[in-house]
Write a protein that binds this ligand. Sequence first.
Ligand SMILES: CCCCCCCC/C=C\CCCCCCCC(=O)N[C@@H](COP(=O)(O)O)[C@H](O)/C=C/CCCCCCCCCCCCC
Length: 215
Amino acid sequence: MVDSENQKFCLQEVLESFKSCLSPEKEIYIEHYVSGWRGLVKLLNSLGSLFGFISKDAVSKTQILMNFLKSENGPHYATVQSMVKFELDNKLVDVDKKGIYPESGCRTLLRLHRALRWLQLFLERLRTSKEDDKTSVMCRDAYNESLAQHHTWLIRKSAGMAFYGLPVRPAFFEVMNVGTPEQVVDVLGKAVPLLYEVYQITEELYQKHNLLDLP
Ligand SMILES: CCCCCCCC/C=C\CCCCCCCC(=O)N[C@@H](COP(=O)(O)O)[C@H](O)/C=C/CCCCCCCCCCCCC
């Protein structure tokens, strides 16, 4: 049996997961959010071992959230909003930066939330790129504008090296399994605003509760 992270990547499927994670009241379902990330990890895994350390971290973060969802407190972890309320009400978050809860749902989701900003910036660059533009440069610029400021020197250097191993734009489009380059651009045009909406809702919620700098 093939585990879900090793199955073939499909951009459309990832898009569906992020679409389903928004309720009509704009709550974010953690199960679908995690499923979107797991879909992305499939793509990362298909890019080779150079990206293994990134994939490992993303899998570990999604696993922490899934474990909460499956625990006896699972119903409190149904949405990002209910998780924030539950962990704050029960003092399960390091709001005072003591580092007592290194695996709280809020701090774990914050790491993925920051990565979502990188993803949105990267996909927007891909969408507006020309055939000869370098994916490594698009990825690096998106990274420097977002995630890099939260990473140690070692992680930044390792990520920078990994970016050089990204396939060229036409091969990258191929891996997305969407169809022609025009179809890829079309799907990216739907993906970017959707990811931005999910990002913005989380950002505002975290800002309101002073959770954007959890250690
Ligand atoms: C159409 C799709 C095209 C794009 C496909 C992208 C596929 C990306 C899949 C997963 C992305 C990885 C998400 C990484 C989450 C990182 C969370 C994080 O910041 N973790 C760090 C902090 O955690 P704590 O130590 O505080 O617990 C951790 O230190 C990081 C470790 C790993 C390095 C993360 C580097 C991220 C670089 C950006 C991703 C580049 C992937 C390029 C593939 C196109």
